[in-house]
Structure formats: structure tokens, C-alpha cells
Design a protein around this ligand. Structure first.
Ligand code: PMV
Length: 325
């Protein structure tokens, strides 16, 4: 069989509103952003799976186990879900063949931008198109299963937004709803440089809630209101209002203890540079901060200042396509 190469690309995500509170039933707003992971897949004659990446992790999987080629123990956490995605997709097509998948990523890892989800979505997408072509829903379902190999209690929201793109409202009870933004959103994503463990932070919040039930309940109500108002602001193109709501959401996250002194410094810096609002995005405890700028030019200014202060920062826009292959 002559082997062709199939390529699929999937975007990163940010949580615009509602992280942590979403775990207890409040809504969250998520958006896909224009930073992607691309997977290139081809069948090979050897009976093994070779995964290469440009993020410092490479490995070979065969019946005798996993041989890490690059990246040490940390590589397994990155590559095991990708291997699972390859295996799951190949088996779903009833095939048994060696495969080589190469990942190229522009998504910083471990700071809550959904890099693992994007790798899984792109991998299922690329491998699927080697043997046929299923719907995005089919691809998303498999990617979610694979991502759960490392993120055991994942809601699946990262894979969902990466597969379908755009902006979504998500809640546990009501599922996903697409939101149309009236105006373009210019977002600055900066990193504190501190990697976080989502599981640990979710556990920390669980303890906070257990110790302060009525306070948490009150903060959760506020988060719900902020999210509802933010959705309206996005739909009506009220950018300044949206920025204010982001900063209000950040205060709630600070109060439940998931901020960090570097996060606070970064939020302050972004706001001092003219951002309309700034907040933690994702689990916190370091990780990433998003800020809303009034224009591309203003956003570039916020990025330049954050970089000058030693942070990594990028100006991003919403990705409306999600998975492409
Ligand atoms: O993994 P992160 O950083 O994108 O954060 C996940 C969002 C949380 O609300 C903290 C957890 C969850 O499962 O929704």
C-alpha cells in the first residue's frame, strides 16, 4: 500500500469566564484561539507507532511497551493520550497497521490553553482521514476519551471547543451553545511561567468550598451573573463592558484562592497598559492570564510591555473553524 500523509490542525482555547465555578454547575464561556497544533499522520510498514513532536517529546509504542526517545518521564504524560487517540481511531476503522504521527505545536504546554486537547483532536482528525472520514462529533468523542487518560475528570470542554471552534457557553446541565460575537475580540494571552496542575487546583477549590459553603455559594452566584452579562456583552459588541466583567471575574477567582502573586502582577501590568480587563484563564495557580484590548494596536502594546517585563505574551483572535483537515 502506498502511504499518503494526512494533516489535521486543531486550535488552543481560553476560558473567558467561569472557570472553577463551572465545576459546581455555573456556566462558563470558552473560546478557541488562533494558535494550533498540527498532526501529520502516515501508515508505516513496521508494527509500531512512532510519535514525534516539536515540544520536546518523542516516543515509540509497540506490543512490548513504550520507548521514550526524547523528553524523559514527562514525555509520557504528553504522548500517552496521543497514542491512545491513534490506537482508538485505527481500531475504530478496523485497521491494524503501524503509524507515524508528527505533532507541531504553537500552543504553550501546561498553562491551561488546552494543548493536550488540541493534540488529541488533531491526531484523531489526521488518523481518521487516513482511513475514511467521520463527523466532527465522532472525532470529538474519541479525543475526549483519549484526553481522559491524563485529565481523568475532564469535562471534555477543551476537546469540544478545539473541534468546533468559535465561542461557546458551557454548563454541566445545559451542555454547549455557540455564541456569535458582534465585534472582533483582541485578546492578549500571557504566561506567568508557572505550570499548574488543574487537578490540584480543582481539589484546592473543593476544600475552600467545603470550609466556606455559604461564601462559595455567594461567589458562585456572582460568577453566574458575570457570565450571563458577559454573554450579552459579546453578542452586543460591548467591548468595554466585557473587559470590566473580566476583571470582576478575576476578583472572584482571587477570592477562592487560585491566583498567584505573579498572576496579580501580570493582571496589574496589563491593566496599567490600557487593557479593558484582565483575568486568570483556566485553573490558575500561575498559568496564563488573558487581557482584552480595544484594538489590535492596543493589544500589541500590552504584549510588548508584558514581554519587556519578562513574560511570554501573544496577541490572539478567536478561531472560528476548530478542527481542519
Ligand atoms: O485545565 P485548565 O487550566 O484549562 O482549567 C480547567 C478549568 C477548571 O474549571 C478549573 C476545571 C474544569 O474541569 O472545568
Amino acid at each position: 500500500m502506498k502511504s499518503s500523509i494526512r494533516v489535521a490542525s486543531a486550535p488552543a482555547k481560553v476560558i473567558l469566564f467561569g472557570e472553577h465555578f463551572v465545576v459546581y454547575g455555573a456556566p462558563a464561556l470558552l473560546a478557541a484561539i488562533n494558535r494550533h497544533t498540527t498532526a501529520r499522520a502516515k501508515t508505516i510498514s513496521q508494527e509500531r507507532t512512532i510519535i514525534k513532536s516539536d515540544i520536546g517529546a518523542s516516543a515509540e509504542y509497540s506490543d512490548s511497551g513504550c520507548k521514550i526517545v526524547r523528553g524523559g518521564k514527562g514525555a509520557k504524560e504528553i504522548l500517552d493520550p496521543v497514542y491512545d487517540a491513534i490506537k482508538r481511531t485505527t481500531e475504530a476503522h478496523g485497521k491494524k497497521t503501524g503509524l507515524r504521527v508528527e505533532l507541531r505545536s504553537k500552543i504553550p504546554h501546561g498553562i491551561g490553553l488546552g494543548s493536550s486537547a488540541a493534540s488529541c483532536v488533531a491526531t484523531v482528525g489526521a488518523v481518521d482521514s487516513l482511513f475514511g472520514s467521520h463527523s466532527k462529533n465522532w472525532i470529538c468523542d474519541r479525543a475526549i476519551e483519549s484526553e481522559r487518560i491524563v485529565h481523568k475528570n475532564s469535562s471534555g470542554a477543551d476537546c469540544y471547543i478545539s473541534t468546533f471552534g468559535g465561542i461557546m457557553r458551557y454548563s454541566m446541565n445545559e451542555g454547549y451553545r455557540k455564541i456569535e460575537a458582534k465585534k472582533r475580540l483582541h485578546l492578549v494571552v500571557s504566561s506567568t511561567g508557572i505550570r499548574h496542575s488543574t487537578g490540584d487546583l480543582v481539589e484546592q477549590v473543593r476544600k475552600f468550598r467545603e470550609a466556606n459553603p455559604s461564601r462559595f455559594n455567594e461567589l458562585s452566584k456572582q460568577a453566574h451573573n458575570i457570565c450571563t452579562n458577559a454573554l450579552e456583552a459579546i453578542e452586543l459588541g460591548q467591548i468595554e463592558n466585557l473587559g470590566r466583567l473580566m476583571s470582576q471575574n478575576h476578583l472572584l477567582l482571587n477570592q477562592i484562592g487560585v491566583s498567584h502573586e505573579k498572576t496579580e502582577a501580570l493582571v496589574k501590568l496589563n491593566l496599567g497598559d490600557g487593557a479593558l480587563g484582565a483575568k486568570i484563564t483556566g485553573a490558575g495557580g500561575g498559568g496564563a492570564v488573558i487581557a482584552l484590548a480595544s484594538s489590535r494596536k492596543e493589544g500589541a502594546r500590552v504584549v510588548a510591555s508584558a514581554k519587556k517585563a519578562g513574560y511570554s505574551a501573544m496577541l490572539v483572535e478567536i478561531d472560528h473553524e476548530g478542527l481542519t483537515s
